[in-house]
Design a protein around this ligand. Structure first.
Ligand code: SAH
Length: 244
């Protein structure tokens, strides 16, 4: 019986992979991966390493999660070293917890290798710090996958009135509803907002706007993309560095 490494691949820039992730990828007998921000990482695997694609895109699963869980388990029965490679950090909307629990229930050993999450690094490459003294004392990372008009929504929209930073992942298709909801709960229509597409890669695109106009400005933005809502967005004017 093998061991499974639930490994964060980072947000896209290959150099944002951790040394630990790189080591287990080089030693892996099989790598089970998503639609990664950077497939170049797979070139680090040894000769003869197997690759299993269980693609996911923007929260829409190509392979159902229970089938992914079973695939990881079956590979752990077959190989000594199994890397389950996930974009960003495996525990930030990556369902890494579910995969680890599935292995735990079946007596398979695993390790979690955190990765650099897009939620913080894409804003950083856009020159937007998620916290900043005197501007934002906290930040939240929220799923944008759930429609804000859903009756049973677990998202505490009423708490989002403050000036603190909100990062929505998987939210581009819900951008019109998210911005509308934030205005409804009391945020100013001219509150700063950004959409960051393909963050940390050579194709990074940053769109700056307000809750009122970001939907128009961000039309046809390529995925993956995330949404940053907060006064910190204004700091980009001074802190922009990556695109230069
Ligand atoms: N575990 C991942 C997030 C998985 S959810 C992490 O920690 O980054 C997938 C969502 O992450 C996408 O819908 C998008 O909102 C965001 N995302 C991932 N990579 C991104 C990138 N390079 N630029 C912008 N957003 C990204």
């Amino acid at each position: 019986m093998g061991k499974v490494y639930l490994t964060g691949a980072g947000p896209g820039d290959i150099e944002l992979l951790t040394l630990k992730a790189l080591r287990v990828i080089r030693e892996a007998d099989v790598v089970i991966y998503d639609r990664l921000a950077n497939p170049e990482i797979l070139k680090e695997a040894k000769n003869g390493c197997e690759f299993v694609y269980v693609g996911k895109e923007d929260g829409r699963h190509i392979m159902p999660q229970d089938q992914i869980n079973e695939t990881i388990y079956q590979n752990a029965l077959k190989y000594d070293s199994v890397v389950r490679l996930k974009g960003g950090d495996p525990f930030v909307f990556g369902r890494g917890g579910e995969e680890a629990a599935y292995l735990f229930d079946r007596g398979i050993k695993f390790e979690i290798i955190p990765g650099i999450t897009s939620a913080v690094s894409a804003p950083a490459y856009a020159g937007i710090p998620v916290t900043h003294r005197g501007v934002a004392v906290s930040f939240r990372v929220v799923t944008g996958h759930e429609s804000p008009d859903k009756e049973s929504s677990q998202i505490p929209w009423e708490n989002f009135k403050t000036d603190d930073t909100i990062v929505f992942l998987m939210g581009l298709h819900n951008l019109p509803k998210i911005t509308k909801k934030l205005i409804e709960v009391g945020k100013a229509p001219d509150f700063p907002c950004a959409v960051i597409s393909r963050g940390t890669t050579q194709e990074q695109k940053v769109i700056i706007g307000t809750l009122e106009n970001i939907v128009d400005k961000a039309k046809e933005t390529p995925t993956p993309a995330l949404i940053v809502v907060g006064k910190v967005v204004e700091l980009r004017e001074q802190l922009q560095w990556f695109e230069e």
